[in-house]
Every structure is written in structure tokens, then in C-alpha cells.
Design a protein around this ligand. Sequence first.
Ligand SMILES: *[C@@H]1O[C@H](CO)[C@@H](O)[C@H](O)[C@H]1NC(C)=O
Ligand SMILES: *[C@@H]1O[C@H](CO)[C@@H](O)[C@H](O)[C@H]1NC(C)=O
Ligand SMILES: *[C@@H]1O[C@H](CO)[C@@H](O)[C@H](O)[C@H]1NC(C)=O
Ligand SMILES: *[C@@H]1O[C@H](CO)[C@@H](O)[C@H](O)[C@H]1NC(C)=O
Ligand SMILES: *[C@@H]1O[C@H](CO)[C@@H](O)[C@H](O)[C@H]1NC(C)=O
Length: 361
Amino acid sequence: MNKNLWAPVLLLAFHLFTAYSQLTTGWLNIDCGNNALRWDKNLLLWVTDNGYTQAGINKQVPQKQELEEMNTLRSFPNKAQQNCYALPFSAQTQRVLVRAGFYYGNYDGLSKPPSFDIHINGRNWSTVNTSTVVEGPIYHEAMYANQGAGSLNVCIVQDESGVVPFISSIEVVPIWVLTGPLYPEMEANYAYNLVSRINFGGEEVRFPGGEEWYNRVWTRGTTPPKCTEVATLPAFLPVPENDPPNSVLSDSIESMNIADPITLSIDLPQTTPQSAYLVLYFTETVTIRKPNDTRIIQIYINGQMKSTVTTENIECKVITIYPVTVVGPTINVTLASANGSTLPSHNQRHGSVHKNRGQQG
Ligand SMILES: *[C@@H]1O[C@H](CO)[C@@H](O)[C@H](O)[C@H]1NC(C)=O
Ligand SMILES: *[C@@H]1O[C@H](CO)[C@@H](O)[C@H](O)[C@H]1NC(C)=O
Ligand SMILES: *[C@@H]1O[C@H](CO)[C@@H](O)[C@H](O)[C@H]1NC(C)=O
Ligand SMILES: *[C@@H]1O[C@H](CO)[C@@H](O)[C@H](O)[C@H]1NC(C)=O
Ligand SMILES: *[C@@H]1O[C@H](CO)[C@@H](O)[C@H](O)[C@H]1NC(C)=O
């Protein structure tokens, strides 16, 4: 990452600048079923889907949501058709983040939210279980690591007769080669399905409030028992792997007792064995650690030790565990103080689990 070669002051400016230009030129936000482009309250441009698909018909949702892109959708009643969106990306793109949104809102008056599959580049991505009005929109997100220019096909598949699938929004964030390193261990031509991306110890973080340059959403984590929320010091330099926002890095959770590990349980969408990409971020607390103290944390998945991390003041340690085979419905990620540690385990911010969805054709 050549950003790191710049002097600190320059680097920050450079970072903000590239992020801004990327924001204005790169993000593609598609408001499916809408007839006109518009800017939302975050000044993001939402375009119509006319340029990206030929299939389906535009519909309005009678029961409105606050997020305007949820209030129109495109439905696909014709089973014979390929209901696909062709999303462009260039050779300079190293990764693409794709988030598809679905809000039923009883648009057909049948009070029957459908279930259907979505595919990414010809491969099964996920089952979409849409829900009733009260439950609001649901999202599916994947990171796709591509090889060269081309297009990314997202298809909505009617897999059960009589079920009419639909889609409300598609957000695409290209991640340029020069931006990295973002998820450097991801393999080309695989799609990594997001299971969760969590900000422990703090609120939900999303654009534009939290310096989140890739349109990722970091949901608020539930603080596990025997843990407390602590303020931590974000580290600006070097830019931590995957470029987590400072607002995510500046609050964390810590075990209240050195003998008690932190246990995070993560629900997986499938019960079959699957390959996971897990990232954990660790920083130290704002009350700078004393020189004679150490915090050494061992990371276990379902009781098997996978990694060890020693935290440092004003530094973000990023631990990527990949590939690791996990089996649903739930896995336990345990963070325990290692022998020799004088401080309890201290989990940071985000556990992002990406499920590898298999090789793309
Ligand atoms: C597609 O994947 C989902 C899980 O993500 C699974 O529930 C569904 O059965 C799969 N569909 C097909 C046709 O294999
Ligand atoms: C969708 O619903 C089915 C049946 O209730 C369930 O087995 C499946 O895990 C759900 N899939 C997702 C991705 O929510
Ligand atoms: C480290 O030093 C401080 C005083 O500087 C002392 O209070 C503390 O008990 C020491 N911790 C250990 C583990 O020795
Ligand atoms: C996860 O932890 C819970 C509570 O300690 C336990 O009941 C469960 O068996 C664990 N699951 C796995 C897969 O280890
Ligand atoms: C911790 O380290 C001490 C001293 O090195 C050793 O005696 C003890 O057996 C270790 N405990 C564990 C659980 O490894």
C-alpha cells in the first residue's frame, strides 16, 4: 500500500482525497423500480435500474419505509426470463462489494412475502426470505474478488412455481487496486457472503457519519456477559488492514476479569460445512497500558486455538483467520487471556465473517 510511504500529514490528506473521489465516481446505487434518479439525504446518487436489466416490471410499495429506495421495487413474474442485473466493473477494480436490499411491503396486496434465491455470476449466492412490513428491509451482501475487467451478474431466481421474486435496491462499491489492502487473503473469482460485521462496544456505524469509505455497515454488537464497554485509541498509521473506520476502532469490549474469556457466538445461515474468513481488530484502551503490563489474547473457534495476539498502545492489530471450516447453525469465537498476560482479553471491534460461496464459473 503506497499510501504508507507518505509523511503523516500528507497521508491523511491523500487518504481523504482518494476516498472522496472514489465516493463520487465509483459507488453505484440502484433504486430498483424507480423512474427517476435522485440524491438521498447523505448526498448519494441513486439511479434507476433501466440501464442494468431488461427483465421485470416496476412496482410501488404502499407501506412506505424511511429509506426511499425501499419504496419501489422490480418484480419478476415471468419464470421463463433470466432476471439478471449486469453490473459493470473495470480492470482497476480489485474487489467489489455488492449489497442487495429487499422490502416486500405488501406491494402485491397478497400479504405473502416470497422466498427465492439470488445468484452471483451463475452461482447460488443465497436464499432470500423476505418478510412482512413490520420486519422492514432485509439485505444480502457479498464481497467479490475479481480477475480483470468484466461484469458482475446478479440474478433473481424464481425457484418455486407461483412465487414472484423481486428486488428493491442494489449497492455496488468498487474497491480499486490502489486502495488496498482490503481483505487481501480473498481469492479471485470467489464470492464471500457477509454473515456479520459488528462494532463491539459502540453504535452502528455507516456512511457518512463514521469515515466509512466502502459503504460497509457495522452493526451494533451485543456486549456479552462479564464484559464491559471500553474506550480505545484508534490508530491512524499505518492504515490498518481493511481500513476500519476510526469510530469503530474507538470503542471496544473488555472482559471484566482476567480469568473470564469473551465468548462471541455467531449464527451461520447454513448448517453444512463452509469456509469462513474471519477478521478481528484489537487496539489498546485510552488509559495507556503500563509498561510492565501485557495483554496477550488467544483466539479459539469452537474450542480450537487459531491465533494469538499481543496488543499494543495506539496500534490496531488485525487478525485474519482464513480459511477455516465452520459448521452451522452457530459457532463460538472465544478470546481468552494467554498465560503471561497481566490484563484480561479485550476484543475490539468487528468480527466480520465472510462465508466463501465457492468458485465462480
Ligand atoms: C442456495 O443457497 C441457499 C443458502 O445460502 C440454500 O438455502 C438454497 O437451498 C440454495 N439453492 C439451491 C437451488 O441450491
Ligand atoms: C430461509 O427460510 C428457510 C425456511 O424457514 C430457512 O431454512 C433458511 O435458513 C432461511 N434462509 C435465510 C438466508 O434466511
Ligand atoms: C506495574 O507497575 C505499577 C506501578 O507502576 C503497579 O501498580 C502494578 O501493580 C504493576 N503491575 C504488575 C503486573 O506488576
Ligand atoms: C458454544 O458455546 C455454548 C455455551 O458455552 C455451548 O453450549 C455450545 O455447545 C458451543 N458450541 C460449539 C459449537 O462449541
Ligand atoms: C503458565 O506459565 C507458567 C510459568 O511459565 C507455568 O508454570 C504454567 O504451567 C503455565 N500454565 C498454563 C495453563 O499453561
